[in-house]
Write a protein that binds this ligand. Sequence first.
Ligand code: HEC
Length: 110
Amino acid sequence: MKLSLILCLVIFPCLLFSEEVTFFFSKPDYLTPAMVVIQNKCFTCHSGPWKNYKTSQQWVDSGLVKPSDFRGSQIIYSLRNFGGDMPMNPKFIVSNSELRILKRWINSIN
Ligand code: HEC
C-alpha cells in the first residue's frame, strides 16, 4: 500500500518533465505542414541547407524567417505572390491555401 503511494509520488513528477508529457502541453506544431509546402514548392532547387532545418528556430537562425513577421520574412517577400521572383520556375508558384499554411506557421513563432 505505502510503497505504491511512494511510487506514485515519485513517478508523477518524473512524467511531468518527460518529453512525451510536455508534448501534450505544447502549442500545435505548425512547422510540419509548412515544411510540406516548402518541400513541394522549393526543394527542387533549395534542397541544400533547407532540408536540414528541423525546427522553427533553425529557420529563424537562417535569416529567412522573422518570428511573427510574415511579410517581413525573406522566404515570403521573395515570392512571386509578393512581387519577388521565387520560385524561379513559375510551375512551383505558391497557392493561396499554401500561403495560409506558411502564414499560420510564421505567426506562431515568437
Ligand atoms: C526552379 C528553381 C527554384 C525554385 C523552385 C525555388 N527557388 Fe528560390 N532561388 C533559386 C535560385 C537559383 C536562387 C539564387 C538566385 C537568386 O537569388 O535569384 C534562389 C534564391 C532564393 C532566395 C534568396 C536567398 C537564398 O537562400 O539564396 C530565397 C529567399 C528563395 N530563393 C526562396 C524560395 C522559396 C520560398 C521557394 C519556394 C516557394 C523557392 N525559392 C523556390 C531557384 C529556385
